[in-house]
Design a protein around this ligand. Structure first.
Ligand SMILES: Nc1nc2c(c(=O)[nH]1)N[C@H]1C(S)=C(S)[C@@H](COP(=O)(O)O)O[C@H]1N2
Ligand SMILES: [Mo]
Length: 315
């Protein structure tokens, strides 16, 4: 068996990654068995669904000219209303049972599918991507996500030509998630994108971060990340993906549609009712930096919106 150490895991990482992440990654590598390394190489699929090993090979196409936010901050400063409306839900989130976990694909598809989350991961081309992550509350992070392209998952689901939107749904477990007992919220958490947005190369299904399985507070075992949109679009702990003809009504739209629209693309020139979006607080530093149009991803996504000028594309 040929064991090849991929440059993407190591050398370029030293330049872009904070010290703690770099050290952690090396430790993970050292603790991997040979089979585990083979399983994480692109194109080599593990025979058993539970044999998927981290880290995944880094996709060097997506780089960010800022330091990666520390794992400590990312796992303990969260928005996850199922566990409470404060940032400090990390401990409460440990109650979530993430194994076994199934995901259902339904609606306008050739045939509905329910599949174990790990079996799904085993079938997808796996990679690591470093993305900017920008909340509408005007804080931001840089996160090394692991997972697979949303577009690949859409192809796996085999949607019909009549599908116009993808609707995502989070688990419903008030017994494990105390925030869900707050009946005035429109549970479960719902998000959605157009088919064109879902097929854009940037959309990413996240199963891990920092070279290992995703922390529960960050939306294990499977969440979405759309780096050009405000963070609330990036729905966590997904159990259902439906293809629809009608635009899904999202969780935040149901709460306050005047503040949280369907599109929610990052735009520094369009303030939210409560927060200016011109600059952002970089978590883990004293810095406040200018926010970029589409969060810095305009070259990838601006075309998606060129015929939609009459829509409320921002905030
Ligand atoms: N199911 C679910 N998904 C969610 C949320 C939530 O409360 N519940 N919060 C959203 C918001 S507002 C943001 S900013 C991001 C936060 O992700 P993070 O905690 O990993 O930074 O998750 C989004 N996804
Ligand atoms: Mo957010």
């Amino acid at each position: 068996m040929l064991i090849k150490v991929r440059r993407g895991w190591e050398l370029p990482e030293a330049a872009a990654t904070s010290e703690s992440v770099f050290v952690n990654r090396r430790t993970v590598l050292q603790s991997l068995g040979l089979g585990a390394i083979a399983a994480s190489l692109p194109g080599v699929h593990a025979a058993r669904a539970d044999a998927i090993a981290y880290p995944f090979a880094k996709n060097e196409k997506y780089t960010v000219d800022r330091l990666i936010t520390s794992e400590e901050i990312n796992t303990t400063y969260n928005n996850f209303y199922e566990f409470g409306s404060q940032k400090t839900i990390s401990k409460a989130a440990q109650k979530l049972t993430t194994k076994p976990w199934t995901v259902t694909f339904d609606g306008l598809v050739e045939k509905p599918i329910t599949i174990d989350a790990e079996a799904l991961l085993a079938q997808m081309p796996r990679e690591e991507r470093v993305y900017r992550h920008r909340c509408v509350e005007a804080w931001s992070m840089v996160v090394p996500w692991s997972g697979f392209a949303l577009a690949d998952m859409v192809k796996f689901a085999k949607p019909l030509g009549s599908a116009k939107y993808v609707r995502f749904e989070t688990f419903s477990r008030p017994d494990e998630a105390p925030g869900m007992r707050q009946f005035w919220y429109p549970w479960p958490y719902i998000e959605g994108v157009t088919m064109a947005e879902a097929m854009n190369e940037l959309g990413f299904m996240v199963t891990g971060a920092y070279g290992k399985t995703l922390a529960k507070s960050m939306g294990a075992p499977l969440r979405l990340h759309l780096p050009w949109k405000y963070g609330f679009k990036s729905i966590k702990s997904i159990v259902k993906v439906s293809f629809t003809e009608e635009r899904p009504k999202t969780f935040w739209e149901a709460i306050q549609s005047s503040e949280y629209g369907f599109w929610a693309n990052v735009n520094p020139q369009v303030p939210h009712l409560r927060w200016s979006q011109a600059t952002e607080r970089v978590l883990g530093s004293d810095e406040r930096v200018p926010t970029k149009l589409f969060n810095g991803y305009a070259e990838y996504v601006a075309d998606l919106y060129k015929d939609l000028a009459k829509e409320r594309l921002w905030a």
